[in-house]
Design a protein around this ligand. Sequence first.
Ligand SMILES: O=C(O)C(=O)C[C@H](O)[C@H](O)COP(=O)(O)O
Length: 222
Amino acid sequence: MNQKVLIDAMNKAGIIPVFNHKDVEATIKVMKVCHQAGLNVFEFTNRGDHSLSVFKELKKASAHWEDFYLGIGTIFFKEQAADFIEAGADFLVSPVWDLELAEYAKSQKITWIPGIGTVSEAFQAFKFGIPLIKVFPANVLGPEFVASVKSVIPDLLVMPTGGVHPEEGNLKTWFDAGVHCVGMGSQLFSKVLIQEKQFEKLGDNINQASGILNRFRNSSVK
Ligand SMILES: O=C(O)C(=O)C[C@H](O)[C@H](O)COP(=O)(O)O
């Protein structure tokens, strides 16, 4: 898949949903409400043995959705990357920087978004030719860290993930710091709503989050 198309789509969506669940039907519904709310880049995470088989079902279910991109997160080893690439992953995300993974992803011509926690790691990624990094854990590092990275490596795109909230105040501090998009998991997906299979309500929450983001993004366009 074309890297520029994916990276532009991530910026357009603004919020990248990060999700894992054992229940295939529930996960398909979650993915669908995200897509309907305009969040059309979805990161399923590799958390547990069920992840590959659930991912394969997600891929099947979304095969004909227009402009929809499905990636896999929590990738540590190239063997894991290989399994998910074979299953049709559009991109890979990791909580860490790792040269072996960087080289493997490059050899497979797949976008890899490494997890970065220091300016030195950010520079390693930039030097390698990686366009977009995940700042992780975002709530520990904070928007000031992102602004510092951007001040010295302005061309490196940043996606903070971990503890990002859908409230306007929180989203705004990240976007004011210059992020390309944010990754959001637990704050976007209420465990109770998923357990009770209230997908419509979940869709309302996601629409609200994306609406908040679009409002202040549009109002900051001069
Ligand atoms: O597994 C990974 O690769 C991760 O990135 C860890 C978490 O899934 C995300 O950081 C989401 O964090 P929350 O939005 O705080 O739920």
